[in-house]
Design a protein around this ligand. Structure first.
Ligand SMILES: C[C@H](O)[C@H](O)[C@@H](O)[C@@H](O)C(=O)O
Ligand SMILES: [Mg+2]
Length: 394
């Protein structure tokens, strides 16, 4: 049997939404007054774009096989990611068989260890890895989720991340995760406002709807512990990413001090099996949130997820649209998925990587049938109306 080889890998950059979903216009809920590690600087408090949350832009990786089939994937990484693909990673990809995914991953990771390990290099490796899975799926005429062992349930169930859990409830989601707006730099007054907002939201959604806070690395242990206890009364289901991603010790302590029944979650800015091993072995959280486009791709997520299973830790990937849907549907320890509300006022469902992908499925009534994923590879196409630039070649 002759297996096609990879002839070309190409990297492009695109601006305005897409995988860099923080790259939105003015006044979008995702930018406006969200507490961050930069909120202590008054000039960077109001808008996340002011400190550069959207500087990178989207990276598009395309891989072309000897039979002419093209696979692609998108992640965050922009021009820096494009440089890494074209000038460094291409050597491990071109000439390899389309089935060599594990070996290519190992070479990409070990070949960049001296400057990589996490962050943009891992985003980039993830982008290449996802493009390879897309390519293999297209060559085999199989959706990625079937190649991962098949669906373990008929449909995905989603919670929504956005400023309006009350509207998310009406749209059929099982829960709503709100960005935290006030943090340590807003003093006691800020904490009171947070709890008042939570109380109002609880009033609007009733007792059974999940409510969560996303703290985006912006708190310290003391503040996070006080917030968790104050939020207990309003049934906060989990408190997310309260501390800097490297503060494993802080997370372990927070988990010990958090109210019984409230989950501590984190991991969206963590990468690789070794990063997640730290989180799990140190008892940092109840649920991990790897981003498939940042943690090392599907090849690495398989390993992270197996490790989590053995530690009784749930895996609910962060955002990442189809790349996450194809994984979550195949895993018993990923019982639901995240949907990021990309409408500026979080008042309607818009595809997560809008406008970059065509055929990107969205939840309807908070759910998505596995059959929505029944197309080869990840089942999406690049929107020809989006302008792609190729800053480097090799
Ligand atoms: C809403 C959060 O601040 C982030 O923008 C979001 O991407 C993320 O943290 C999430 O969990 O979805
Ligand atoms: Mg988050």
């Amino acid at each position: 049997m002759s297996i096609p080889v990879i002839k070309h890998v190409r990297a492009f950059v695109v601006r305005g939404g897409g995988a860099d979903y923080h790259d939105q216009g003015d006044g979008h809920w995702i930018d406006d007054h969200i507490c961050t590690p930069m909120s202590k600087y008054p000039q960077y408090k109001q808008s996340r774009q002011s400190f550069g949350i959207n500087v990178l832009g989207t990276l598009v990786v395309e891989v072309e096989a000897s039979d002419g089939t093209v696979g692609f994937a998108v992640t965050t990484g922009g021009e820096l990611g494009a440089f890494i693909v074209e000038k460094h990673l291409a050597r491990f990809v071109e000439g390899a068989k389309v089935t060599d995914i594990e070996k290519i991953w190992d070479q990409m990771f070990n070949g960049t260890l001296y400057y990589g390990r996490k962050g943009i290099v891992l985003n980039t490796i993830s982008g290449v890895d996802l493009a390879l899975w897309d390519l293999l799926g297209k060559i085999r005429n199989e959706p990625v989720y079937e190649m991962l062992g098949g669906a373990v349930r008929d449909e995905l169930q989603f919670y929504a991340t956005g400023a309006r859990p009350d509207l998310a409830k009406k749209m059929g989601f099982i829960g709503g995760k709100m960005p935290l707006q006030y943090g340590p730099s807003d003093g006691e007054e800020g904490l009171k406002k947070t709890i008042a907002n939570l109380a109002t939201m609880r009033e609007r959604v009733g007792d059974d709807f999940w409510l969560m806070f996303d703290c985006w690395m912006s708190l310290d242990l003391n503040y996070a512990t006080r917030l968790a206890h104050a939020a207990k009364e309003y049934g906060l289901k989990w408190i997310e990413e309260c501390l800097p991603p490297d503060d494993y010790w802080g997370y372990a302590e927070l988990r010990k001090q958090a109210p019984k029944g409230m989950m501590v979650t984190t991991g969206e800015h963590e990468a690789t099996r070794w990063g997640f091993r730290m989180l799990m072995e140190m008892g940092c959280c109840d649920l991990i949130q790897p981003d498939v486009g940042w943690c090392g791709g599907i090849t690495e997520l398989i390993k992270i997820s197996a490790l989590a299973d053995a530690h009784n830790v749930l895996v609910v990937p962060h955002g990442s649209s189809v790349y996450s849907y194809h994984f979550v549907i195949t895993r018993q320890n990923s019982p639901f998925a995240e949907f990021l509300m990309m409408a500026p006022k979080a008042d309607k469902v818009v595809p997560m990587f809008n406008p970059l992908l065509l055929d990107e499925p969205v939840p309807v009534n908070g759910r998505m049938k596995s059959t929505e994923l029944d197309k080869p590879g990840f089942g999406v196409r690049l929107n020809p109306d989006c302008t792609l630039t190729r800053p480097y070649t090799h």
